[in-house]
Design a protein around this ligand. Sequence first.
Ligand code: PXP
Length: 396
Amino acid sequence: MPVHLTVQPGAQDYPLCTALLGQRSRWLLQHIGRGEDTASVILMDDADISHYNAMYRRRQGPTNVLSFPAAREMALPAGGLPGAELGDILISVDTAAREAAIAGVSLHHRLTELIIHGLLHLLGMDHERSEEEARRMQQQEKQLFRDLANSEPSGRKTMPHLAVNVDHIATIREARGIAEPDPVLAAGICELAGAEGIVVHLREDRRHIQDRDVRLLRRTVKTKLNLEMAAAKEIIEIALDIHPDMITLVPEKRKELTTEGGLDVIANEKKLKKTIARMHKARIPVSIFIDPDAEQIEAAREVGATFVELHTGRYCDATDEKQRDREFRLIEQSAELAFESGLRVNAGHGLDYRTTARVAALPTIEELSIGHAIISRAVLVGLDRAVREMLALVRG
Ligand code: PXP
């Protein structure tokens, strides 16, 4: 365990994803060739860091980060000996949160920058020594952050769930207007193959899933039934009657082939607040399908959603790797922002056998909702195998 990450009581009110910070710290140690060494990262509040700041630097008030290289304590060469304890990094989450707000980045983004800064101190660098060293240290910090951002997220502690959307089984059925194939039966096969949830979208035009499907699924789904729906009066009444395990509110247009963009929570605030309040009264958790956008996340929190589902469509549809990377960073950053604001985070739309693993590796995401790719593959290899193959990607 090369990094000991602890959260002091003063910082425990922040929604901190220690899995993410631990994963990033371990990656950084490995990347700088000190994967065998150990370091401690201690997250605290302003009051605690002020105490250490006064005691060890004779400075009043809080600071963002303090580093205590073990090498200096024990008069060893800068950076210490390989396989050794590098030292302690103390970070004030209060100060980091203020700095994150000013810079317009997530708290976890700022904490990561401070961990990098602290690590370089542990290795013997010191920006207070000279202007030249300050410049070199800043360059190295930026480079390490870029390297980390470009690395594939890996080694997550928790695994997201796979919820399979079976709408397109119903699409095939409706193409003939007969009883088969049955999405209820398909849902059972998905669960037997390991899916942790079933999703269906009861559209107002009933183009695929029918009322009968949702009613039967409510009785047969053993994992979790997530009902996707528009905040439309008729569908709200059905949801309250059927009582799914959760609902996901999506925008709906008659002419679209599939859900096109995220719901504009800001423009629909009043209606959403009312719908969510009714669902909460009935103890049905609500997720809102939104684009990865900071303002929509904040609005989702304000209208009382429990979850947001981040729209992964633009990331999946990207036509070149640069664009795909840009879209992925947006999802990563939005997932952190949503998590930090107290929302639970799901993601979905357009995910397939190439694009899923990277999103699944983001530690703040709880569940992926995937339909079309699995059902398309199932046509060729069978539903059981298609679900198992996707599960293997989700579970890394
Ligand atoms: N999430 C939402 C909100 C959706 O509307 C859909 C499509 O029904 C999905 C996830 C699944 O998307 P796909 O079928 O592209 O996997």
